[in-house]
Ligand binder design. Structure first.
Ligand code: FAD
Length: 237
């Protein structure tokens, strides 16, 4: 898969430490929701750093939209979030991945479980569903530290018939919340998700520890392991 030249077309602040970047990538094929790209930064002395980022939106050729969470002390992510400007150039390779994807011809119920920035490829699925006019029923359980750290907050709160969103706050719950702040529990997945009898396809994405514990919860609830797809972003933060 070739590296392609990419140019930053637009950037949007998502939270105090995360931004969405829209890139023009000449010649990149249209992506399927859930796929990712590799990003390469090259320093003046020729040193390169490559990292993977999920696509936040699928479907358009020559475009890559990513949302990056800046990791403290990280080599690449703080640069992408804080330093990259409109017109900056970088290299992109993709789209990559054929398993952690949702296609509009899937009609079964879908359960999305996101931990932090793991919302990115799942948001691409929610957007692909809307753009295709799909009637597949979606439920999203989004675990995030606080309301301020939510990505795509206004879009996720817009009514989208057939998409139910449950927000789970792990560090700070908004005033008046019935659920106190705390890690995702089996009860959260049970009430925010589908019963196993509905045979949903489940997509879980986030830090490694989060993905493993959410997958264990689905198995404990009786979901079929063959219908659980996972994507790990890296260490548990
Ligand atoms: C398939 C895939 C898709 C991904 N999609 C996204 C995405 O859509 N958005 C996004 O923001 N990131 C995503 N990531 C994570 C991304 O690839 C980088 O790992 C992340 O941006 C950190 O890179 P860095 O160079 O800043 O940190 P590094 O310099 O590589 O690491 C700095 C420190 O942070 C720790 N660290 C590395 N990665 C993480 C992490 N994900 N969480 C917590 N701590 C970490 C390291 O252990 C190290 O201690 C994805 C990763 C994978 C494998």
């Amino acid at each position: 898969m070739p590296w392609r030249r990419a140019v930053v077309l637009a950037r949007r602040t998502e939270t105090a430490t995360a931004a969405t970047l829209l890139l023009h990538v000449e010649g990149q094929p249209a992506a399927t929701a859930g796929q990712r790209v590799e990003i390469r930064l090259t320093a003046e002395d020729g040193y390169t750093a490559d990292r993977e980022y999920s696509l936040a939106r699928a479907g358009e050729p020559d475009r890559a939209e990513i949302t990056v969470q800046a990791i403290d002390g990280g080599e690449v992510s703080p640069f992408l979030v804080d330093e990259l400007e409109i017109g900056s150039e970088l290299q992109v390779r993709g789209p990559i991945g054929g398993w952690f994807v949702w296609r509009p011809d899937q009609t079964e119920p879908v359960l999305l479980v996101a931990g932090g920035s793991g919302i990115v490829p799942l948001m691409a699925m929610v957007r692909a569903r809307r753009e295709a006019g799909s009637k597949a029923p979606f439920r999203l359980v989004y675990s995030v530290r606080s309301r301020e750290e939510m990505f795509y907050r206004s879009e996720l709160r817009m009514p989208d018939p057939g998409v139910d969103v449950t927000e789970v706050y792990t560090r700070e719950a908004p005033e008046g919340s019935r659920r106190p702040a705390g890690r995702l529990t089996v009860a959260d997945v049970n009430t925010g998700g589908w019963p196993p009898d509905f045979a949903p396809t489940a997509y879980i994405c986030g830090p490694t520890g989060f993905v493993e514990s959410a997958a264990d919860m689905l198995l404990a609830l009786g979901h079929d392991a063959r219908r659980i797809r996972t994507e790990r972003f890296g260490p548990t933060s």
